[in-house]
Unconditional design. Structure first.
Length: 325
């Protein structure tokens, strides 16, 4: 169990990816198809939304300050993090994925892809699959990125820390794969989800929230989970520190959160809830006294991918159930 929990901590810390896009290559070409009405001669014509096409060669710079140039849309892609895998499938480029990391379990189709290692990427397996591009986490896959580039394999790495940066990453991957229209549709949906939550809680009183994502560990300022709590109308009681850290139980008692959040499911979730209930003094915390302890589906919340705003809505429901149904 300790080994499993340690892996969860590492993965949750490492899966914080942040994207800084320094260049997007040549501007996209646009084309439109006319439409019309056959009701009356004077009826105005309507124009369909233009199809967005990527112009190649495409040159861009990633989070590691490395510039890559793609001569055409990649046909063979390997993803080294579950969030990157989810993005590829969500934008309609899953058929181009030839290999994934061991933890890429969503969507269902991802499970059938060749595995190229877990936190330790199997470099030989990646090379054998002959990828045109590897999509990776700048923070989690540092060693693998360096090794792959030494073999002249193109790697695009990112590390978003806000919802907006996640959305921008999705649009960038859409440009890379020449599926901009699909990526834009997904990005628009995520922006709408975010705005829905912001609007729903904008006049609600802020609730103090404690999030324990692994036994004894919480998230501080500067990370996207801290932002999710804020967007959902909460105040993260762990935000007096930065990054991901092991808690001081007495500090949480003093902070007296009104809501406690933790991942659902057997394993870590059960251990977290059991630990919360057994910690000395925690029975006096408002969230515990009032039974306002809520589990959340882990993957959408901790993966910086297309389901992140679904996770935001779940957090908002827990903090303000009267505002977000």
């Amino acid at each position: 169990m300790r080994k499993i929990l340690q892996q969860n901590v590492l993965w949750l810390i490492c899966l914080m990816l942040s994207l800084t896009l320094f260049g997007c290559g040549a501007p996209a070409n646009q084309s439109s198809a006319p439409g019309g009405s056959d009701s009356a001669p004077q009826a105005s014509q309507e124009t369909e939304a233009p199809d967005l096409e990527t112009s190649y060669p495409l040159t861009l710079t990633d989070e590691t300050n490395t510039t890559i140039t793609l001569e055409q849309a990649p046909e063979r892609v390997i993803t080294l993090a579950p969030s990157e895998t989810e993005i590829m499938f969500a934008i309609g480029a899953g058929d181009k994925v030839v290999g994934v990391d061991q933890y890429s379990d969503y969507p269902e189709e991802a499970k059938s892809k060749a595995k190229v290692g877990d936190m330790n990427t199997n470099i030989e397996a990646v090379i054998a699959l002959q990828p045109d591009l590897v999509v990776a986490s700048a923070s989690m896959n540092q060693k693998a990125i360096e090794q792959l580039r030494s073999y002249d394999i193109k790697v695009y790495a990112s590390s978003p820390k806000t919802v907006d940066q996640v959305i921008e990453k999705i649009e960038t991957v859409g440009t890379i794969m020449n599926v901009q229209q699909n990526a834009k549709k997904l990005a628009d949906k995520m922006r709408a989800d975010k705005q829905f939550v912001v609007d729903a809680v904008k006049d609600a009183p802020k609730k103090k929230v404690y999030l324990e994502y692994s036994p004894g560990w919480t998230v501080g300022k500067g990370e996207f989970l801290d932002e999710l709590i804020s967007l959902a109308g909460g105040i993260n009681v762990g935000a007096d520190k930065s990054g991901w850290y092991e808690i001081d139980p007495e500090h949480i008692i003093q902070a007296n959160p009104e809501v406690i959040l933790y991942p659902e499911g057997e394993g870590a979730g059960d251990v977290i809830l059991d630990g919360i209930k057994k910690r000395p003094g925690w029975a006096q915390i408002d969230a515990v006294k009032n039974n306002r302890m809520y589990s959340f589906e882990q993957s959408p919340v901790v993966r910086v991918g297309p389901r992140l705003t679904d996770g935001l809505k779940e957090i908002a429901k827990a903090i303000h159930p009267d505002r977000v149904k």
